[in-house]
Design a protein around this ligand. Structure first.
Ligand code: F3S
Length: 773
């Protein structure tokens, strides 16, 4: 028996309910037919969070019958939400009529802060511009007992790592980089707001049991290589689709050398290969980090539980669906990009590559920090390079921005002189918030409008992701490489081998960066105003005000339930190539409207390329008149003409952005038919009552064109006879030009519960109806 630990301060520091988890795990082992069936770490944590382990349907006790096949009903331990997605999560939660949340939850005001001049100016300006939203989130927090971390307190994933993540925890976060918490041995999954509402209402959260991808880390990082290079290598090898349907579990001798925050960087960017999440087995460095962040009792208990039960370690002989090996000793720093995180160039090949690809040779800015790389270790290593350059008399050649991930990191690097090193060498230190990482980067009057290259230590580099300019090429790399590159400003520089000429004509070559995993003098918490009440109690009397005139917030009207009839839809758009959630629901200035479905719907698919014309955000009505994509969707909605979008592979890759599913539904879409989906987006579509289908035969994509009418032939049968493993639906196509008809097959992946969402019109409708009954 292990008592769950909860700090006297409340939600801030608590352990998962280890005793309950171990009991559940024991039941799972019984179902599996005994303790001789080894489990991976990810399976142990995930299956121990099952609502009802006996429901696992095992044929002959083989774990292979679970992974990739069965839907798991899970009880997450907590929920974290960032301000942009929390608005919709809260608007949906409100419609459920509950008085408080069923599990501890936190909201983090980080995405709406613009980075431009530095914290002093940017923070008050952003607060002023978003006050209505921040007040709304604050009142939701007060009413329902949710901890709200205000603007400037830090980035969601860094705050979760510092305060909430614990080995063995299972949590959901309304942000695709939630897996960052896996750096501290948690299973943390990025979801849309409607999934978060499941956990917030105590409804079992459903996930198709992921397969397990083992990554064996061998050897040791040294010199210039850092944890970022491990994940950029993996992204290069596996591509943006390589992790789809998998949890990535790391093991091997190379793990021991990594600090907790380095592991978090690796888990964070597991999102870039489409993985459900990533995690690490419990290490001494987890213990050290928990203790350093003021959670000594949590560290002690986690270690005791693991020593006695190995709950947070894979069983010997655990079976992985795939194993990848990375030799850290042979690893080279790399830069990944532009426009996709899996386009990897080892630093030694950059000089020839940029010429071959005709990328601009000059770099226009360097940015370090963000949720991915703003740890003490990252900052101290970067500062060590700045110090070397300073001593040699060098100044940065290009603008340099630093984003600390939290007030705790900012205050600690401030105390240790690191901020001063950055600032006196020309860096702008931005607020503890997302800023340039999420399109909230105001580059001022002289901002480049054409092709230009930036180097960042961020995680994502889709078009327009940082400054709203689709031609800005973002190369993702370690903070070390970004920092070194600002002193040359050129793609022709390899800091590992090349020298820079100093003002007095000498040759200067960087020594490899050095830093500390944890501050030797310990962390300090920083300014009090950035810390919320630690154990907020729900106050039902708090009124949540949403003005009907607001252009930022809009209360939700439930979507209509399924009519019980077959669908007849018209192809409004055939998408060509990559279509990420940034293409479907752009970020940047649109973040402003996250809480107003009617307004944000005006950005629906504006980044998508029309396969038939090659144009972006351009579609044609039957009379040949051209429209922006959302305009035609709205027009057809008004004319009561339901529509379908046809697309290619990995549709909806990228973030957990549920607006990418809400908006098409709001604008009258019924089906999205693709060659394949990104996992989170497919689930989000189901949650909003849409019908996501994939071609049974990919070549059928070529047979469809805009204006074709597509009718489902056996949707009603599917609803009647659904199982848990999806199935096929026949679609009758009527060609617009010839009237010729033919039938194609499409696959759906709806489970029994998901069919109920579809029938109710959305998952939220279903939860509300269940609560009423
Ligand atoms: Fe923020 Fe997400 Fe970047 S949490 S820092 S926008 S990856």
């Amino acid at each position: 028996n292990f008592e769950q630990y909860s700090s006297p301060e409340g939600f801030e520091a608590r352990t998962p309910p280890y005793t309950k988890l171990l009991r559940n795990l024991q039941k799972v082992r019984q179902v599996l037919g005994g303790s001789d069936k080894p489990l991976t770490l990810a399976e142990k944590i995930l299956y121990s969070h099952l609502v009802n382990p006996e429901e696992l349907d095992i044929a002959k006790g083989d774990v292979g019958n679970i992974r990739g096949k069965q839907y798991l009903k899970l009880n997450p331990d907590r929920v974290a939400m960032q301000d942009a997605s929390a608005q919709m999560a809260m608007l949906q939660f409100i419609t459920c009529g509950m008085k408080s949340t069923a599990v501890p939850a936190s909201i983090h005001c980080d995405h709406l802060i613009v980075g431009k001049d530095g914290e002093e100016k940017d923070l008050p300006r952003s607060i002023k511009n978003n006050i209505e939203v921040f007040d709304f989130l604050k009142s939701c927090g007060e009413k329902f007992g949710i901890q709200v971390w205000g603007p400037g307190s830090g980035i969601i994933h860094q705050i979760v790592l510092e305060n909430f993540s614990v080995p063995g925890l299972m949590m959901l976060g309304t942000d695709s980089h939630t897996p960052n918490a896996g750096g501290l041995g948690a299973i943390a999954i990025g979801v849309g707001g409607a999934d978060a509402v499941d956990a917030l209402t105590g409804t079992p959260w459903e996930l198709k049991a992921p397969k397990i991808l083992g990554v064996n880390l061998k050897g040791e990082l040294h010199g210039w290589t850092s944890p970022k290079d491990i994940i950029t290598k993996l992204a290069g090898d596996l591509t943006v689709r390589g992790g789809t349907g998998y949890i990535v579990e790391y093991f091997g001798d190379g793990v021991k050398q990594l600090g907790c925050t380095g592991m978090a960087t690796i888990c964070n960017m597991g999102a870039e290969i489409g993985a459900t999440t990533s995690t690490f087995p419990m290490q001494d460095s987890h213990f050290d980090y928990l203790t350093a962040t003021g959670r000594g009792p949590v560290a002690d208990l986690a270690r005791k539980v693991n020593n006695e039960t190995q709950l947070m370690t894979a069983d010997k002989g655990a079976q992985y669906d795939k194993i990848v090996e990375i030799d850290l000793s042979a690893l080279e720093p790399s830069v990944n990009g532009p426009f996709t995180p899996d386009l990897r160039t080892p630093i030694s090949e950059l000089k020839s590559k940029w010429r071959k690809e005709s990328w601009p040779g000059e770099i226009s800015a360097g940015l370090i920090g963000s949720c991915t790389n703003s740890s003490y270790q990252d900052m101290s290593r970067a500062a060590s390079l700045v110090l070397q350059a300073e001593k040699a008399g060098l100044k940065p050649k290009i603008p340099f921005f630093v984003t600390p991930g939290s007030e705790r990191v900012r205050a600690t690097i401030g105390r240790d002189g690191i901020i001063d090193i950055f600032k006196r060498n020309g860096a702008k230190v931005l607020a503890n918030a997302c800023g340039p990482c999420i399109g909230q980067w105001d580059r001022g009057e002289n901002k480049p409008t054409g092709s230009n290259v930036i180097f960042t230590s961020f995680n994502r580099n889709f078009k327009a992701r940082n400054d709203g300019n689709r031609k800005t090429m973002n190369f993702l790399t370690s903070p070390d490489i970004v920092t070194a590159m600002i002193y040359s400003g050129s793609m022709d520089f390899n800091p590992l081998t090349d020298s820079i000429t100093t003002p007095d004509g000498k040759k200067f070559k960087f020594n490899p960066p050095v830093g500390e995993k944890l501050p030797s003098r310990g962390f300090i918490k920083g300014r009090k105003q950035f810390y919320p009440e630690m154990s907020p109690k729900p106050k039902p009397s708090v009124e949540i005000q949403v003005s009907p005139e607001s252009d930022r917030l809009q209360l939700l009207k439930p979507f209509a339930p399924w009519s019980g009839k077959e669908f007849t839809t018209t192809v409004i758009l055939k998408v060509q190539g990559k279509c990420t959630t940034d293409h479907i629901s752009a970020a940047g200035p649109w973040l402003k409207y996250k809480g107003h479905l009617g307004n944000i719907a005006h950005n629906t698919l504006i980044g998508a390329v029309n396969k038939e014309t090659g144009e972006v955000n351009t579609v044609y009505d039957f009379d040949g008149k051209s429209y922006g994509i959302p305009e035609l969707m709205q027009k057809w909605k008004d004319e009561q003409r339901p529509w379908i979008v046809v697309a290619e592979h990995n549709y909806g890759e990228g973030s957990a952005r549920e607006h990418a599913a809400l908006q098409p539904r709001y604008l009258g879409g019924e089906i999205i038919l693709t060659k394949s989906f990104a996992r989170i987006h497919e689930t989000n579509l189901k949650k909003q009552g849409m019908l996501p289908l994939t071609f049974a035969n990919e070549a059928d994509y070529d047979k469809l064109h805009t204006g074709d009418v597509i009718t489902t032939l056996n949707l009603r049968d599917m609803i009647k006879k659904h199982g848990d493993n999806g199935g096929f639906i026949d679609l009758e196509v009527t060609k617009r030009d010839t009237g010729k008809k033919f039938v194609i097959k499409a696959r759906h992946t709806m489970s029994a519960d998901q069919v109920e969402w579809f029938k109710a019109g959305s998952a939220i409708n279903y939860i509300r109806d269940q609560a009423k009954n």
